[in-house]
Design a protein. Structure first.
Length: 89
């Protein structure tokens, strides 16, 4: 076994390790964002929320989540449209 083969193996091993670690960190970040959004907007579903002053101070960090929520609301939803026509609650 040559030294160059060993170096090639170690570079591949470390590259895979870095990729896996990065994916796990990205997954954890997405989950933390979801938890943050749930804490901030949980009062819509009945979860006790933090005091309003904390919500107002952290609201700028919610810009991405608010954008996603408004985009989902504005998308065409045929079922919601029919429920509105027939006054289904």
């Amino acid at each position: 076994m040559k030294i160059s083969d060993l170096i090639f193996f170690l570079k591949g091993f470390l590259g895979a390790f870095k990729k896996g670690s990065t994916e796990m960190i990205e997954y954890e970040l997405r989950e933390l964002e979801n938890i943050f959004a749930l804490v901030q907007m949980g009062f819509f579903i009945g979860i006790p929320s933090p005091p309003p002053t904390i919500i107002i101070r952290t609201l700028p960090h919610m810009a991405r989540e608010i954008f996603i929520m408004t985009k989902r609301v504005s998308d065409d939803d045929a079922l919601a449209e029919m429920a509105g026509v027939f006054d289904i609650t």
